[in-house]
Design a protein around this ligand. Structure first.
Ligand code: PXL
Length: 291
């Protein structure tokens, strides 16, 4: 209706890490640039992310309950609920209750099950967090594990080399636990170290997608957070799943390319500030495949 502006709202449940461009410091700029209001529900405040050797960590589990209670009093409503790094197993329960209380008919629930990378759990993550995360994944519409997290969630040994057929099987298995869409990032391409793939499965139409793009040999924390944020914003803008996958892959590659040429501590993450404006440019090309 003329005169009524609707900016869609996202409840963003992630930590706030001061240094290193991860979690809220990636989620907020990306989704604000894409035209959404981000409402943070912080899980913890850290000096920096946990891939640096030391960090301070303030657990906000108790404060989360107070924030949620205040939001209920305000009758706050969200178009999307998007969770990422959680600081304790109790927080998983809080997020599940939050989904039950705030989900409406058209709410999009995105869970990025942040647990580990390169075949290993992050510092502070353990088997209990993995077990709890499985129960949160079951409630999501969209989940975005990386390859390491996929294997932890499925309770299978990590395997860096997977065929398309194996991955399709794994995606379906995770989707059967609840989520409508499963997206797995950071899958190495067998016998081609210069490429990396993202695989996705949509249970609704029983379709599998693959997007392959260039891989540069560097590890930047926060790229998973950036990837899921772009997918979330793209789906909220009404894009199809394969277009959302393509937009996110291209954005991450642009971020890595903007960073890679410098002598630079890769733990500081991609130079996000240099590529944020690209989020509002039309898509230049697509490379998704139906597999
Ligand atoms: O990007 C994932 C992430 C988020 N938050 C914190 C982290 C990490 C990865 O290391 O340490 C605190």
């Amino acid at each position: 209706m003329l005169g009524t502006v609707k900016v869609k709202k996202i409840a963003a449940i992630h930590d706030l890490s001061g240094v290193g461009r991860v979690s809220l410091m990636v989620v907020i700029p990306i989704l604000s640039t894409m035209g959404f209001e981000v409402c943070p529900l912080p899980t913890a405040v850290l000096s920096n992310h946990t891939q640096y050797p030391t960090f301070s960590f303030l657990d906000l589990t108790d404060e989360m309950e107070r924030i949620i209670a205040a939001w209920k009093t305000l009758n706050a409503q969200f178009d999307t609920i998007y969770s990422g790094y959680l600081g304790s197993p109790r927080q998983v329960h809080i997020v599940k209750d939050f989904i039950d209380d705030f989900r409406q008919k058209d709410t999009l629930v995105v869970v990025d099950p942040v647990l580990g990378d390169n075949g290993k759990l992050y510092t502070k993550m353990d088997d209990e967090m993995v077990r709890e995360m499985r129960t949160l994944v079951a409630k999501a519409d969209v989940v975005t594990p990386n390859l390491t997290e996929l294997f932890y969630l499925l309770d299978k040994p990590y395997q860096a080399k997977c065929t398309d057929e194996q991955l399709k099987q794994y995606l379906k298995e995770l989707a059967e636990s609840g989520p409508e869409i499963v997206i797995v990032t950071g899958v190495p391409v067998i016998d081609n170290p210069k490429m990396t793939s993202v695989y996705a499965y949509s249970r609704f139409n029983d379709q599998y997608w693959k997007v392959t793009c260039s891989y540069l040999p560097a590890h930047y924390p926060g790229t998973g957070d950036a990837y899921t944020s772009v997918v979330t914003g793209s789906l909220m803008q009404g894009d199809s799943l394969p277009i959302a996958l393509d937009r996110a892959s291209q954005f991450i590659l642009q971020g890595i390319r903007a960073t890679f040429g410098y002598q630079y501590d890769s733990r500081d993450g991609i130079l996000l500030e240099r590529v944020l404006p690209n989020l509002n440019l039309p898509m230049q090309s697509c490379s998704y495949e139906l597999i």
